[in-house]
Design a protein around this ligand. Structure first.
Ligand SMILES: [Zn+2]
Length: 240
């Protein structure tokens, strides 16, 4: 699922070649927008309108559009002259329950793993048209530093530099002191025994996924996402 080498992206000059309209920007998190600029700089992408490739070294003005495809939301590149940067913000807001940047989450107690926190972006945003792959835009393994796809052998890895804490009624996930995700009302919403398990062990199993369907009853969906590598796992220290 790794898309590019972030180190290369950092050393590249900032791109002025990618147009992101205000409606598209309204459904992108800052790190997702940064990543789209990186992809334009580093990868070969296909124009969704004319189908021709746009080379990373080319100066062709390029735009990003976001379209709804059933349960999915596709982010695609095009030549700026083939299409401006477009998104149907009203429909996207309906799809995301009025929170285009929001997450859905669930808390569970597993007999062996203990406290589990699983979440996903409400909008299942997929990056299309990049040579050789489709990627879940939210599941950037550079961003989720230390998280990993499920492995057949070996335990879930302990995350370095990540801490799940609380802030009033909210649970807050931080990486190197920076707030990465906030789980509104996660403290009062937690099931019986969840906080106790967290405090006793000092750890929480974190699962961040894409296209799981956490707004619906989800056991099969969670397992499928883990098998399909549409989920990343890690064991976080907690301070709740
Ligand atoms: Zn084109």
């Amino acid at each position: 699922m790794r898309l590019h080498n972030r180190g290369v992206a950092r050393s590249a000059r900032p791109s002025q070649r990618l147009e992101i309209g205000t409606d598209v920007a309204a459904v992108l998190r800052p790190e997702e927008e940064t990543r789209l600029h990186d992809v334009r700089d580093i990868d070969r992408v296909r124009c969704r309108v004319c189908g021709r490739w746009i080379e990373p070294g080319s100066s062709d003005p390029t735009s990003v559009s976001v379209t709804i495809e059933g349960d999915l939301v596709a982010a695609e590149f095009s030549h700026a002259e083939c299409s401006p940067s477009l998104a149907d913000l009203a429909s996207l807001a309906v799809l995301a329950d009025a929170e285009p940047l929001g997450i859905e989450y669930a808390q569970a107690l597993h007999p062996e793993a203990g406290a589990v926190l699983i979440w996903e972006r409400k909008l299942d945003l997929r990056l299309r048209g990049v040579e050789g792959r489709e990627a879940c835009l939210y599941l950037d393994t550079d961003w989720w530093d230390g998280f990993h796809p499920a492995r057949d052998d070996g335990p879930v890895r302990l995350l370095a530099g990540w801490l799940l804490g609380s802030d009033g009624d909210d649970l807050v996930l931080r990486h190197d002191e920076r707030e990465v995700e906030r789980f509104h009302n996660g403290v009062p919403r937690s099931p019986d025994g969840w906080l106790e398990s967290l405090r006793e062990s000092g750890f929480c199993l974190l699962i961040v996924g894409s296209g799981i369907g956490l707004d619906r009853p989800a056991a099969a969906g969670i397992q499928e996402a883990i098998r399909d590598h549409r989920a990343l796992l890690g064991l976080s220290e907690t301070d709740v």
